[in-house]
Design a protein around this ligand. Sequence first.
Ligand code: 5AD
Ligand code: SF4
Length: 449
Amino acid sequence: MTVTPKSVYVKTYGCQMNVYDSERMRDTLKAMGYVETPVPDLADLVIFNTCHIREHAAEKVYSELGRMKRLKKEKQESGGEMLVAVAGCVAQAEGAEIIRRAKTVDLVFGPQTYHRLPDLIARRLKTGDAIIETEFPAEDKFEALEQQNGHRVLNRNVSAFLTVQEGCDKFCSFCVVPYTRGAEFSRPPSQIEREARRLADAGVREITLLGQNVNAYHGEGLSLAGLIAKLSHISGIKRLRYTTSHPRDMDEALIEAHASNPKLMPFLHLPVQSGSDRILKAMNRGHGIDYYLETVSKVRGARPDMALSGDFIVGFPGETDTDFEDTLTLIEAVGYASAYCFKYSPRPGTPAAEDPDQVPDEIVAARLARIQTLIHAQQTAFNRSCVGRTLPVLLEKPGREQSQLMGRSPYLQPVHAIGQKAQIGAVLEVRIDSVGTNSLSGHIELVEA
Ligand code: 5AD
Ligand code: SF4
């Protein structure tokens, strides 16, 4: 007798930590016999791994859930049952409210409980009741996942994420992360190393170490610099990156690692959020502009070609024209290779949301347009500066056009070049011939050293 496998559809919103969490859920579900389907129609299980960082991100989930009502009915009519799960930070923040607003939902679980997925599914199927699991459990999620999945690492690409640190104790006054992801926690180095070796064995060549505050990593007394040194010994791993860093945690050892470790890539995402000391104070960032600029100059002292990226919030409560101009001045002074700019979004439960001095939307929209123009100009200038240079590119996958490969420069720019599939996974020298809107094109010059 052949048994039709159950199918699962996973949709991920938000940050790279969510991408990582979705991968781990996929591993667990595959071990349970689920196969992945690219569309939610007729799936046995639909998971929305959600983001709560800005209002817009959270609302997108509710509109998707509305659509699921009809799909769930169609599945029932075909004699089956579709379970709809909401995971991630919206689940953590809104809990039972999700079931009240969207009756189609069967499972709600937060970022710290997704390792319990097999049990949650079994309980839901047995009792027929919706299940909400949003506490911060005492057991080690990563330990549990490792036991569930054993040595299975499935379908990883050349480049993979690895969460090493979670949560945040910084409490920036605009941010929900300390509430949805919880207190800061660093995974033990040995557990991380085992996972990195498994990834390398599965063909991964680049690992991006993830954490909301990744450079606050302090697993069993080891700093992020120490962890990077440890992982650099894995021969299959050719490149290491880490994100997202807080300026306050950019310690000397980490800066020095950029000078001495050739596997550590010269790209640093170092959000500053605003260029005004007054606003930084109101944001509870714990540092000022001078400190940020000094950190940037130390990092560039260690690695002169370091490409910087950042996050900026415009229209934080009380932000004046002068504060905003200060942000533009800071951007000019730093020179970013790329950056994300967001309209301030008041998040329930955060101190800044209570501030009566909210900036009117038209002003925020105008500021966003200006900051984006400046960032775009800097990004274009940076990309253009690469034309004529030969860069080592890690080839990741086939490109959209025939015989074309897609890879990444050390500075995280996508690079397209004609090549063969067998070259995927190699770092090859690519001469950059031209730039597109967001990517570089070139030709492979040399075979791997
Ligand atoms: N409004 C707008 N942007 C925010 N971010 C975090 N919280 C908010 C908010 N309430 C941005 C910050 C952070 C990035 C991940 O999201 O810039 O660095
Ligand atoms: Fe949020 Fe600030 Fe923590 Fe980053 S450092 S996750 S912005 S509270």
